[in-house]
Write a new protein. Structure first.
Ligand code: PBG
Length: 324
């Protein structure tokens, strides 16, 4: 055969392959989600997320220092609220001495350069396990947005670098930006969960925080996974309303959406490689059916290739170790 183009020339050795590799993962691509619980010296494994832990604040602070030393630069905080503090309005979310606020302060104190992002949503604090206030069986938008704006200011007061609203209420980005401006928090950013789908892949996360919805599902606020143009509508609106970073969630079943969003916006795009995606790889690896290390790097590379500038993943530490 005489060919004019031989594509295998560029694949013939590891050195050549690395010269022409289009997508390279680095530690600063990752956002590390952390689950914080009350108490001391607690490091409890989440049953549906093997080798991932809920940690008390003292243990979390040590963990954050270790993450920073490894080159990881961003954490995303979730807290597990005690049952007795939950109510319909998420009152505890606004407590200036609440676990979230104490965690932000302690982490920024111990590791000031670490970028601290905070989850803004009512579900961990809601007696109904919903991301909004419930009235007559409905998740009401506008009263919820008021609480989310107050919650964001409270996180900013405690020292959060970015607030990350994960609720999917309408108009929350402009409400949060306005509230931050009015209170002088002009340097606090917003990472918006812009295209967040109603997904079964959040199951293990709801175990981690004991935050599963008590009735119904989240389909009246999270998006229908059949939809594509709606993701662009949601994301472009969030950018207009003041989102500094937008997010697509989950990641691997939504790579097409990540790419379209990346091509449509002029802000950084993040993707959340969610708990169920983590659990699937873990389970297959445990059975001996997949090589976990290879599955981690291939998954995360595909998410970055799709267009994610940042990836929130429970595999961040493993990935950094594997990238060596
Ligand atoms: C809720 C929230 C969820 C996740 C992040 N914030 C779950 C949900 O929407 O029910 C899921 C993250 C994951 O599965 O890893 N505000």
């Amino acid at each position: 055969m005489q060919l004019l183009r031989r594509n295998r020339i560029l694949r013939q050795s590891p050195a050549i392959r690395s010269l022409v590799s289009e997508t390279i993962l680095t530690p600063s691509d990752f956002i590390v989600p952390l689950f914080i619980v009350e108490g001391e010296k607690i490091r409890e494994e989440i049953p549906s997320m093997s080798n991932y832990f809920r940690m008390s604040l003292d243990v979390t602070v040590k963990e954050v220092k270790e993450l920073w030393a490894m080159g990881l630069k961003c954490v995303l905080l979730f807290i597990k609220c005690k049952d007795e503090l939950k109510d319909n309005k998420g009152t505890e979310a606004l407590n200036p001495n609440g676990l979230m606020q104490r965690s932000i302060k302690a982490i920024k104190n111990a590791c000031p350069e670490m970028v601290v992002m905070t989850d803004v949503a009512l579900d961990p604090f809601s007696s109904f396990g919903h991301d909004g206030i419930v009235e007559n069986g409905e998740i009401v938008n506008d009263p919820t947005v008021d609480v989310l704006a107050q919650m964001s200011v409270s996180h900013a007061q405690a020292g959060a670098d970015f607030v990350a609203p994960s609720d999917m209420m309408d108009g929350r980005i402009v409400a949060i930006r306005t509230a931050l401006e009015e209170t002088g928090f002009t340097r606090t950013g917003i990472m918006s969960y812009s295209a967040k789908y109603a997904s079964c892949f959040y199951g293990p996360f709801r175990d981690a925080l004991d935050s599963a919805p008590g009735f119904g599902d989240k389909k009246t606020y999270q998006m229908d996974y059949a939809n594509r143009t709606e993701a662009l509508k949601e994301t472009l609106m969030d950018v207009d309303e003041g989102a500094d970073i937008v997010m697509v969630k989950p990641a691997m079943a939504y790579l097409d959406i990540i790419r379209e969003v990346k091509d449509a916006v002029d802000v950084p795009v993040s993707a959340y490689h969610v708990s169920g995606e983590y659990a699937m790889i873990k389970a297959a690896a445990k059975m001996g059916w997949l090589n976990e290390d290879k599955a981690i790097i291939e998954s995360l590379t595909s998410i970055k290739r799709a267009g994610a500038d940042l990836i929130a993943t429970y595999y961040a530490k493993d990935a950094v170790k594997l990238l060596g």
